[in-house]
Design a protein around this ligand. Structure first.
Ligand code: 0O2
Length: 210
């Protein structure tokens, strides 16, 4: 096993474990037949090239990346409504299997680019054959519409190596506004939507039982 594989192994372990745990939260809501504030969960370990790029950009020494790069292990929790983001954050605050060390609220305070999301950085203990190892994990919680925008913007940033042309940047900012308004509109009819979804799920289950 090379050095990188050894270094990243606990991060991979943390992502795998947390994916199961956070998806499990969604499963619990389903069991209780109530609206789940979690739509879906994804996770990844940052690719080595991106770790090196980010460390370089931020002037972080390679020996310090474990303590200074907070998103080598990353999870995303997607929600239907902005209100769900706060429910999810409260649930994370209440958990005993990790400690929250930082929260960044880009939902209320969007980034200059138009990016919106709620970031929670946790200290997560991984059990290894050499004992317990605590690692940092960044959990990003966002609505489906914030996720759509961020995914598109991320690809454009990649395409233009971070130098998105002015005209496209403007378009992205108005798309961010539109995504914000979509979230607002959906929130206004949230109860109606949630009721419809419960009825629809119950009907589907009944049909499947025959
Ligand atoms: P990837 O490929 O998703 O891993 P900084 O990176 O300096 O802006 P910092 O302090 O590292 O900020 O933490 P921050 O901003 O809380 O979290 C950084 C991560 O948030 C990014 O990781 C993205 O995942 C996401 N993010 C932050 N700002 C933007 C943005 O303007 N657009 C998009 N699409 N995503 C954003 P990486 O390493 O940049 O990318």
């Amino acid at each position: 096993m090379n050095h990188w594989e050894q270094f990243l192994a606990p991060y991979k372990q943390a992502v795998d474990e947390l994916k199961i745990k956070l998806k499990g939260m969604r499963g619990e809501y389903e069991l209780h037949n109530t609206h789940s504030p979690i739509e879906f969960v994804t996770g990844r370990v940052k690719p080595i090239a991106s770790i090196l790029d980010k460390a370089n950009q931020k002037g972080i020494k390679l020996s310090n990346i474990g303590t200074e790069l907070q998103d080598i292990a990353g999870l995303r929790m997607m929600c239907q409504f902005v209100e769900d983001i706060h429910v999810v954050v409260e649930k994370l605050r209440g958990r005993k299997d990790f400690t929250i060390i930082e929260e960044r609220d880009y939902v209320t305070h969007k980034k200059q680019s138009g990016y919106r999301s709620y970031h929670v950085v946790i200290d997560y203990p991984v059990q290894t054959i050499h004992g317990e190892k605590n690692i940092l994990v960044e959990i990003q919680i966002r609505t489906l519409s914030m996720n759509f925008w961020a995914t598109i913007e991320h690809s454009l940033n990649y395409k233009y190596s971070g130098q998105i042309p002015e005209q496209i940047r403007h378009r992205l900012q108005s798309a961010a506004e539109a995504a914000f308004r979509l979230d607002e509109e959906m929130s206004l009819i949230r109860e109606e939507i949630q009721e419809a979804q419960v009825i629809f799920t119950n009907k589907k289950e009944k049909d499947q039982r025959g």
